[in-house]
Design a protein. Sequence first.
Length: 132
Amino acid sequence: MEPLEWVFVTTFLTLVFIVFAVNPLQVAIGEAIQNSAQLQSQRLASAINLVQSAPEGTTFIFDMPKLKCRVMVTNGLIKLTITPVAGADISHTVSMIKTPVIINAGPSGEFECRNNNIQIRKRNGVVEINAL
């Protein structure tokens, strides 16, 4: 075979490999993002659950993931939504332990993740959640 034929054959095989490798790679990235959403929402729920049962004055600083995402804290539920670079948003919802302690997450209960921390504090029988 001549050198130019080798270039065409190599280019063709490379393109075929890329076409067939992209789909499994996208599926794997989607799974990793879904697992991250599950883990981060469960971490936050655990921190809130711990502060609910802690003594008055307990404060916990929760490090938010360094992703483009948002967290919605509502009455007994935490919903974390990750916005990947390409594709649709991926979210996961987890419930907190139901206790008589009131959870105050501010007026909207929504927090942005990137470069943000959340302070969880128990004061006067209420768990307060604020962005730092």
